[in-house]
Design a protein around this ligand. Structure first.
Ligand code: PGA
Length: 257
């Protein structure tokens, strides 16, 4: 049984004050939702503020990125040890915005995932095809390549600390979501790839869907057998909306809506 994981990716949004206010507004809304893991990924500058605001709750702290290097002369970078020091449990790596806007390739994503694991943090590794790639019928080939490349530095021991986020690039921030059947098809494929890479234990790896997730569409997505959570951008900026996503995400689809 995989515990659903619902993560808020704030991207470059919220000051420390706004981040604290969000956490204070969110916590009462999700009280008692113990069936799901809730993760907040603020910008680096608000990690400490969110850590303080969620202290004592079950909400986990995540970073949106990490350096592949352990320390040293890398101006502007943040190491996995620094994130661990702030209480991060997870970091997102390989987000399509990092890949597209900052030229991050699979080999770098793999090294970042390794850096996280070396400090005991979990890695949320993002993969996803562009619209052109989908229309050219290359979705699964693109995902195979991204998965092979991005996971190349992980081993079976890392399986409990790995989450894969399937985020079709054409669905991110566009209001256009993959329909639940399409998401399921891709998630099932990713699960097969993970099984051939990591063996039987990989059945415990959670695969999140990301791309224009809202309180309105999260339930149908998560009702799919291989959709184990959501990575939420725009709709995670408002505590009311993210709170509703967490509550819908924690409902047991087998019990009906
Ligand atoms: P979105 O972003 O929910 O705004 O589409 C998702 C993401 O980029 O993780």
């Amino acid at each position: 049984m995989r515990r659903p994981i619902l993560a808020a990716n704030w991207k470059m949004n919220k000051t420390c004050g706004e981040a604290s206010a969000f956490a204070s507004a969110l916590l009462p809304r999700i009280a008692g939702e113990d069936g799901v893991e809730v993760v907040i990924a603020p910008p680096f500058t608000a990690l400490a503020a969110v850590a303080e605001a969620i202290a004592g709750s079950a909400v986990a702290l995540a970073a949106q990125n990490v350096s592949a290097e352990p320390s040293g002369a890398f101006t502007g970078e943040i190491s996995a040890a620094m994130l661990a020091d702030l209480g991060c449990r997870w970091a997102i790596v390989g987000h399509s915005e990092r890949r597209r806007l900052y030229g991050e390739d699979d080999a770098l994503v793999a090294r970042k995932a390794r850096a996280l694991r070396s400090q005991g943090l979990g890695a949320i590794v993002c993969v996803g095809e562009t619209l052109d790639q989908r229309e050219a019928g290359r979705t699964l080939a693109v995902l195979n390549e991204q998965l092979e490349g991005s996971l190349q530095e992980l081993s079976g021991e890392d399986v409990p600390h790995l989450v894969v986020a399937y985020e079709p690039v054409w669905a991110i921030g566009t209001g256009r979501t993959a329909d639940p059947e399409t998401a399921q098809e891709v998630h099932a494929h990713i699960r097969e790839k993970l099984a051939s890479r990591f063996g039987a234990d990989s059945g415990s790896i959670r695969i999140q869907y990301g791309g224009s997730v809202t309180p309105e569409n999260v339930y149908a997505l998560m009702a799919q057998p291989d959709v184990d959570g959501a990575l939420v951008g725009g709709a995670s900026l408002d505590p009311e909306s993210f709170g509703r996503i967490v509550c819908f995400g924690s409902e047991d689809p087998s019990q009906g809506s």
